[in-house]
Write a protein that binds this ligand. Structure first.
Ligand SMILES: C[C@@H](O)[C@H](NC(=O)OP(=O)(O)OC[C@H]1O[C@@H](n2cnc3c(N)ncnc32)[C@H](O)[C@@H]1O)C(=O)O
Ligand SMILES: Nc1ncnc2c1ncn2[C@@H]1O[C@H](COP(=O)(O)OP(=O)(O)OP(=O)(O)O)[C@@H](O)[C@H]1O
Ligand SMILES: [Fe+2]
Length: 535
């Protein structure tokens, strides 16, 4: 089967032709460059209207095909700009009707993932999708591409673009900032915001603009911008590796064009003994072949036709049932012999300490980030972790004993907790999981009553000793008395349930909330969730 895909979610018009043996037969595109400001949705729509037909002709001549050879037409239903989506949907409808072939609308974000897999050979990667409109960490679990981390506000590409426009450098900002950044090694400090598996870029944007206006040289701001934002992206990706145990990382989306980001991610992957993949440049940004490829994969008569061809500007990656993957994957990361776990932040080694079985948690240097930022993050986090572990214990919440702390080598020696992770027992029908979840909720409430924010409440960071939770890994924790922070803390846990046990996530998380026993927090969580970019 041969599919012609039409892309046009934002300012790029793309036509791609792919066959069901995985051959990309043509990829043709054109991009609107606004003279001033950003992209106006109506201008994007008009640009598509003018370019779709000539680009289809280009794609046919590139592939040596005629329209009669096309068996299927696909187009991006969303996410994207409404007027732009409506234009390409209209074009796709008329083409499919004229050719009398089926029509299928697909999810653009999944297009980025699938073209990445097709062009690199990655099979089941953790995907870092970085573009102008999206920043997501995506992993396939149980029939869907799950968003296991994402930006809480603006996308990385949008952040670079807005900065560039604001200081008069033009659009798109990514390549311009990259060019300036390469002129220097100097950096200034910008806010580094990672919350569990999520990120936030709006604070960096405001701070970078303000520092530039106060006289920090442009090259230095651009370099700092890249070093800070990209280190955050690497960190959430490495958290996702350690969380999913996957052994492949795929980078995609327009920002993947950035050489510094690619080098940093490659370095991070090497440090974690996992394989790094990225598609050839022309398949990183928006293109028609990614839409054609998903058209072929998702093709099912029930999904075709005009009646299914409505657009959805807020279409989420995780809304799509992934019917074309029908098996689970096995992963194998080969760790050195002495290491029992390679966490996102630290190497975990078992050792004896004063005759006690213990765990050495060493925050190793991360070569992907610059020395200044690396030293700061590791020092702050080890001190903060030790303090929070002790304060949680004072609040009657079980945590490991700290036997020793070495601030030079960034090592914590901790009591070894010989209990399973919540991950490992969540599906065990022989235990009373409700009681455990209730206790976890009650303990999180105790932490919050004492102004302790764990910062990374995932199912892997809660061990379970019979029915008593033991909390580990306070490395992203902090002190706060803001309801916002309590809500975000719980939301990290909710997302973790959604990743590990998607079908039961709501039900199980509600038991946590019952244990937490504070009605006000439910409203706060809803409010934070609704602020999410697509809800
Ligand atoms: C919904 C859809 O329309 C949207 N598409 C999109 O954002 O276009 P894409 O081609 O994937 O990415 C464009 C972004 O990629 C950034 N970019 C391009 N080259 C770059 C570079 N060398 N360094 C950093 N960013 C770069 C641009 O600044 C811009 O923000 C998306 O995928 O979110
Ligand atoms: N005190 C402990 N007792 C038993 N096991 C532990 C202890 N501390 C850590 N571990 C094990 O090591 C793993 C990683 O530890 P931790 O979460 O503290 O490090 P991290 O680098 O932040 O890792 P992650 O990215 O997985 O959160 C834990 O998931 C757990 O299996
Ligand atoms: Fe895109």
């Amino acid at each position: 089967m041969i599919c012609l895909g039409i892309e046009g979610t934002a300012e790029k018009t793309g036509i791609g032709i792919v066959d069901s043996d995985g051959n990309i037969l043509a990829t043709c595109g054109d991009q609107l460059y606004p003279e001033v400001g950003g992209i106006h949705p109506r201008d994007a729509a008009e640009f598509h209207a003018q370019h779709i037909v000539p680009l289809i002709q280009d794609a046919l001549s590139e592939s040596n095909l005629t329209l009669e050879d096309i068996d299927l037409v696909s187009f991006a239903k969303g996410p994207g700009l409404g007027p732009a989506l409506r234009t390409i949907a209209t074009a796709a409808r008329s083409l499919s009707q004229n050719l009398n072939v089926p029509l299928i609308g697909v999810n653009h974000c999944i297009g980025h993932v699938e073209i990445g897999k097709l062009t690199t050979g990655a099979t089941d990667p953790v995907t870092l999708y970085t573009s102008g409109g999206n920043t997501q960490i995506i992993s396939y679990e149980a029939g869907r591409y799950r968003i296991i981390g994402e930006t809480l506000d603006i996308a990385i590409g949008n952040c670079l673009d807005q900065f560039s426009r604001d200081i008069g450098l033009g659009h798109p900002g990514g390549p311009i900032i990259e060019k300036h950044a390469l002129n220097t090694d100097d950096v200034v400090e910008l806010p580094y915001v990672v919350k569990g598996m999520d990120l936030s870029f709006s604070g960096i944007l405001t701070s970078a603009i303000s520092k530039y206006k106060k006289g920090v040289p442009l090259d230095v701001i651009c370099n700092s911008f890249q070093q800070t934002c990209f280190a955050m992206l690497c960190e959430v990706t490495e958290r996702a590796i350690s969380y999913t145990n996957k052994d492949e990382v795929l980078l995609c989306g327009g920002v993947a064009a950035n050489k510094t980001l690619r080098l940093m991610l490659k370095e991070m992957c090497d440090e974690h003994y996992v394989d790094f993949y990225m598609p050839p440049m022309k398949y990183c940004g928006d293109n028609g072949s990614m839409i054609a490829q998903v058209g072929l994969l998702a093709y099912d008569e029930k999904l075709t036709g005009i009646k299914n061809s409505y657009i959805n500007p807020k279409y989420r990656t995780d809304q799509v049932p992934v019917t074309w993957i029908d098996h689970d994957f096995k992963h194998n990361i080969d760790l050195p012999d002495n290491m029992i776990n390679k966490g996102a932040e630290a190497d975990i080694i078992e050792a004896m300490w004063d005759n006690n079985e213990s765990i050495i948690k060493e925050r190793v240097k991360k070569n992907y980030r610059i020395d200044q930022l690396d030293e700061k993050l590791r020092s702050e986090r080890i001190k903060q972790e030790a303090k929070l572990i002790n304060d949680a214990k004072k609040a009657q919440v079980k945590t490991p004993y700290i036997y020793h702390i070495n601030l030079v080598d960034k090592k914590l020696v901790l009591e070894k907790i010989k209990s399973p992770q919540l991950n490992d027992i969540i599906d065990d029908e022989t235990i009373n999981i409700n009681e455990i979840l209730h206790n976890i909720g009650a303990d999180i409430a105790k932490l919050h009553e004492n102004n302790i924010i764990h910062g990374d409440l995932t199912l892997a960071n809660i061990l379970v000793d019979k029915t008593t939770p033991v909390f580990i890994d306070f490395g992203l924790g902090k002190y706060s008395n803001l309801e916002e922070d309590y809500g975000t803390d719980l939301l990290v846990l909710k997302k973790s349930f959604k990743t590990i046990v998607p079908q039961k996530a709501e039900e199980l998380f509600n038991i946590i909330l019952e244990g937490y026993n504070n009605k006000k927090i439910n409203k706060k969580i809803d409010e934070i969730e609704k602020r999410g970019r697509y809800l």
